[in-house]
Design a protein around this ligand. Structure first.
Ligand code: TXA
Ligand code: MG
Length: 342
């Protein structure tokens, strides 16, 4: 199969691919997605094949607004509409009880479905033109860092899907925040482009799923099945070094060797002579870190780097999502130097 590159003008052609059961790379504000008709079981199965995705990892349905919630979800609490009103279109996925019309292929047999309205004009236009909800995981091969531009998606998906719509680089850079609204206390299943603090302002108490902060022990099941897999991983192993910037930079200097790659904040780029260095933004700017973290993880592939060390932001704001992606890329291999400055 030859994978076509479409432009923002090709809305009708893109919608036709979806309606015909094909696979389409779609730009969103978070990361590029691998979309298919979310009501067509055969089309959805092709997503799993193209990505090499485990069969027990459900997909998010993308809709153009909260007026479509009733079509695919039931027992929708008022707070779902409040959240949609405030944060949609935007990087928030809500887990709600599903209706029968949503195929098992999307939910992997769960009684719930993840639903989100992406904030990208081109993809919203494609969904509206096609008139169907779009099931879409991130557009990477399973286990790889998520793509934040069309070229990165093509790297992983060339020859596997019908087309990719180039909608420019993603403005947020990490995937959506996932909130489970089916429990009494709403539960954060994945930190993402919408900060936890913003959800707490609307919802009050929010429980934080254990799988976000630490590896699960054998036999433990995360609420979001995807959180159990090693993820976002470049080819070389990653070690995350948590703590104050100066100390973490010093620690990495002590470890570094000939083929070391370093992911660091802008302030520290000149501390690692002889290493391959990827800066992800100022230590004070988690928004910029979010935009650049996946590109940094991808950048070492195809180089002679055999070990990667990464400085890691604190948990405030988008820092929670950036830290989670780095720790998952590291398989939770974390050196924690604590909060003291050396
Ligand atoms: O920003 C995003 O959310 C991107 C763009 C393309 O929209 N999509 C994305 O999809 O990140 P994916 O498939 O890479 O991650 C979806 C996560 C997985 O961890 C999956 O297990 C979880 O959402 N998930 C999906 N449906 C669920 C459900 N019904 N209950 C619990 N977790 C669910
Ligand atoms: Mg993904």
């Amino acid at each position: 199969m030859k994978t076509k590159l479409l432009t923002e003008q090709d809305i009708a052609a893109a919608a036709a691919i979806l309606r015909d059961g094909g696979l389409l790379g779609i730009p969103t504000e978070t990361v590029y997605g691998l979309g298919a008709n979310g009501l067509d079981p055969m089309a959805v199965r092709r997503i799993f094949q193209a990505k090499g995705r485990p069969q027990d990892n459900p997909l998010i349905l993308h809709v153009p607004g909260s007026s479509w919630l009733e079509r695919y979800c039931r027992e929708i609490p008022e707070k779902a509409y409040t959240l949609a009103e405030k944060f949609w279109p935007g990087p928030l996925t809500m887990i709600l009880p599903r209706r029968e019309i949503v195929p098992d292929e999307v939910t992997c047999g769960l009684g719930t479905v993840g639903i989100r309205c992406p904030n990208h004009p081109v993809t919203l236009a494609i969904i509206r033109t096609a008139g169907i909800p779009v099931a879409a995981p991130s557009g990477n091969l399973s286990g790889r860092p998520s793509p934040t531009c069309a070229a990165h998606m093509l790297e992983d998906m060339d020859g596997r899907i019908d087309a990719i719509v180039d909608g420019g680089p993603c403005g947020v850079g990490v995937e959506s925040t996932i909130i489970d609204l089916t429990s009494l206390v709403p539960r954060l299943l994945r930190p993402g482009g919408l900060p936890l603090e913003a959800l707490q302002e609307v919802l009050g108490e929010v429980a934080v799923d254990k799988a976000i902060l630490a590896p699960l022990s054998a036999g433990e099941k995360p609420k979001a099945p995807g959180m159990k897999y090693r993820h976002y991983a470049p080819k070389a192993p990653v070690t995350v070094v948590a703590g104050k910037g100066g100390r973490t930079a010093q620690y990495i200097r002590e470890q570094m060797g000939e083929h070391t790659g370093v992911i660091c904040f802008d302030e520290y780029t000149d501390r690692f002579p002889g290493c391959a260095v990827e800066a992800i933004g100022s230590s004070q700017d988690p928004g910029e870190q979010a935009r650049r973290v996946f590109d940094a993880l991808r950048a070492f592939d195809g180089t002679d780097v055999t070990a990667i060390f990464a400085q890691c932001p604190g948990d405030a704001g988008l820092g929670l999502a950036v830290a989670n992606r780095l720790k998952k890329a590291a398989g939770f291999q974390v050196v924690d130097l604590g909060e003291d400055e050396a």
